[in-house]
Design a protein around this ligand. Sequence first.
Ligand SMILES: [Zn+2]
Length: 168
Amino acid sequence: MLKFWPSRKAAFQYPIGEAPRTAVLVPWFRTGRSVQSFPGWTQNASDYAPAAIAGTRAQLLALTAEPPALTHALIVLARPTDMLLTNADRDQLWRAFRVPVFEQLIGAQGDRLAAECEAHDGLHVEAQGHDWTGYAIDEGLCACGLRTPRVSSPVPAERVRAAAMFAR
Ligand SMILES: [Zn+2]
């Protein structure tokens, strides 16, 4: 008997154009055709021979010890409470994989809250209703041509408090 379970999760969105063969290492999305989900970097994920991998910062940094050969991209997936990539993280990922890195902030239902474009200058906000308190926000025109605001590294709470003390 054929059963249909409607998924409430949003689909994974590849950063630019059609997704190549992509292995997604977290169960946050609806996947399909060229995008497959795996419970981490398993043998099955390796056998899938992806052109791109999407996973958390911790998962992707762990893979730099023995990086699989990729041809397209790394997509770093983060929840809004997670730390965004540092420049040191990006250097480490580049040295290991030699493919562009695109960071995305993902909401509870797999919805994309903000995503990095090919200009790699912050993450374009896609969820206007989300509370971006604590993030640095750039409202200038992006080199990619979009005018939507871009968020970057949240300022750590203790620095915000310290700045507030100074302001008094
Ligand atoms: Zn842009």
